[in-house]
Ligand binder design. Structure first.
Ligand code: NAD
Length: 419
């Protein structure tokens, strides 16, 4: 029993067991690789607009420090807990190693519905959370980034708070900042762009032409909206989209740029069209070429996996597919090409790494350079995953995670056990 016990951590642990068995990692080595190095829980008190005081619980989990600083997003969501944050930190570790970044994984979270508090309260909470984390983070210790419920503005408040305590501007403490505060061009779009790039690549390998192809996207936040825009701009019809407010379906293809403008103004897709309303629960099983889950974990269970009607499953979210669903998808490999989350959404951390490098060097790149390097990094990891899956006759997720776990393990073995 650990403090992390819960459905999301259990899922990460079960996935690791599959990889550890595949790699024949000795039992006494497994815990050292899987269990997080540090977990921090903080109380964040803020003044509410009505003059009262409210306290929110915050977390940060740093999975391993073997290959460099830890790196990972910060999630503001009502259901977040230490187990979910730990699982997300572990996935970040395999992801960073898979794409060759000199980081361990980390993740943070605050148990709050960011839509239920005012902008002033959100700023107070963001600043207090960062202030509480100052003893545990740093540009060479742990670098934060956005995740669900946080955005560029929250990153700017994090960076400003840290910098005020240091007495100098430290842009390299967080990534995903606004470009005007030391962010990089291409970070806002990076995750969705990477999802779409890999989906297009698989479509081309499968002989599916963009013209006439269809896509369905669950979640219309940073990842989902940019993935949908990129797919739409490639000539693919995005026929259905959902978020926490509504689901929309149009067999002729939705006007994604107009929907993105609506969502940016109204905080969601609700109110865009009552005629196009669709059952949110049914969106994942619509027939389509590309399905992009880009919202929350564990939305594809075994039952949904049986009923998926896509050719490419491009996992924009972290952990959208349960281990039970993976067993089903393992039997449907000829019908559905899975691009697993740790590869599919890694464009975000890849471009975050570029942002960190640019901030450290105070030398900034053109957007074309950022995108070119992002695609090059994703393509290299994709090739490695596919050839490993073929060689070992294993599913893509197992192959991607095996590459990541192997690199972390190799780092631990060569450094040895201190003292
Ligand atoms: P976000 O907060 O910008 O957007 C989340 C979206 O999901 C919103 O549109 C919200 O309405 C929707 N949503 C929430 N619950 C839903 C539900 N039950 N059904 C349908 N839609 C729902 O968050 P984001 O940054 O886009 O992150 C989405 C996912 O992608 C998360 O799993 C996150 O960990 C992962 N991710 C994000 C990044 C990044 O760069 N932001 C990078 C890698 C992975």
């Amino acid at each position: 029993m650990t403090v992390y016990a819960g459905p999301v951590f259990d899922m990460a642990a079960r996935q690791f067991e599959v990889i550890a068995d595949h790699l024949s990692i000795p039992m006494d080595e497994r815990e050292r690789i899987l269990m997080p190095k540090r977990a921090i829980t903080v109380s964040c008190p803020i003044h509410r607009d009505d003059g009262s005081i409210a306290v929110f619980e915050g977390y940060r989990v740093q999975h391993h420090l073997t290959l460099g600083p830890t790196k990972g997003g910060t999630r503001f969501a009502p259901g977040v807990d230490i187990g979910e944050v730990a699982a997300l930190a572990i996935w970040m570790s395999w992801k960073c190693a898979l794409v060759g970044l000199p980081y361990g994984g980390a993740k943070g979270g605050v148990r709050v519905d960011p839509r239920s508090i005012s902008i002033r309260e959100l700023e107070g909470l963001s600043r207090r959370y960062m202030q509480e984390m100052i003893p545990f983070v740093g540009p060479h210790t742990d670098v934060m980034a956005p995740d669900m419920g946080t955005n560029e503005q929250v990153m700017a408040w994090f960076m400003d708070t840290y910098s005020m305590y240091q007495g100098r501007t430290v842009p390299e403490i967080v990534t995903g900042k606004p470009v005007s505060s030391g962010g990089t061009l291409g970070r806002r779009e990076a995750t969705g762009r990477g999802v779409a790039h890999l989906a297009r690549r698989v479509m081309s390998d499968l002989g599916i032409a963009a013209g006439g192809a269809t896509a369905v996207v669950q979640g219309f936040g940073n990842v989902g909206s940019h993935a949908a825009l990129e797919l739409h701009n490639s000539g693919i019809k995005v026929i259905a989209v959902s978020d926490h407010t509504d689901a929309l379906y149009d067999r002729n293809g939705l006007d994604i740029p107009a929907l993105a403008r609506h969502a940016a103004t109204h905080g969601g897709i609700a109110g865009y069209s009552s005629e196009l309303h669709y059952d949110p629960a049914a969106i994942l099983t619509l027939p389509c070429d590309v399905l992009v889950p880009a919202a929350i974990e564990r939305v594809i269970d075994a039952h949904i996996a049986e009923n998926l009607k896509c050719h490419v499953l491009a996992e924009g979210a972290n952990g959208p597919t349960t281990p039970e669903a993976d067993l089903v998808l393992g039997k449907r490999q000829q019908e559905i090409f899975v691009i697993p989350d740790i590869l599919c959404n890694s464009g975000g951390v890849v471009v975050s790494y570029f942002e960190w490098v640019q901030d450290l060097q105070q030398l900034f790149w053109e957007e074309e350079e950022v995108v070119r390097r992002e695609y090059q990094t994703l393509d290299r990891a994709f090739d490695q995953m596919v050839s490993r899956a073929k060689k070992d006759r294993i599913p893509h997720r197992t192959a991607a995670m095996a590459i990541g776990v192997e690199k972390v393990r190799a780092g631990k073995i060569t450094r040895g056990l201190f003292p």
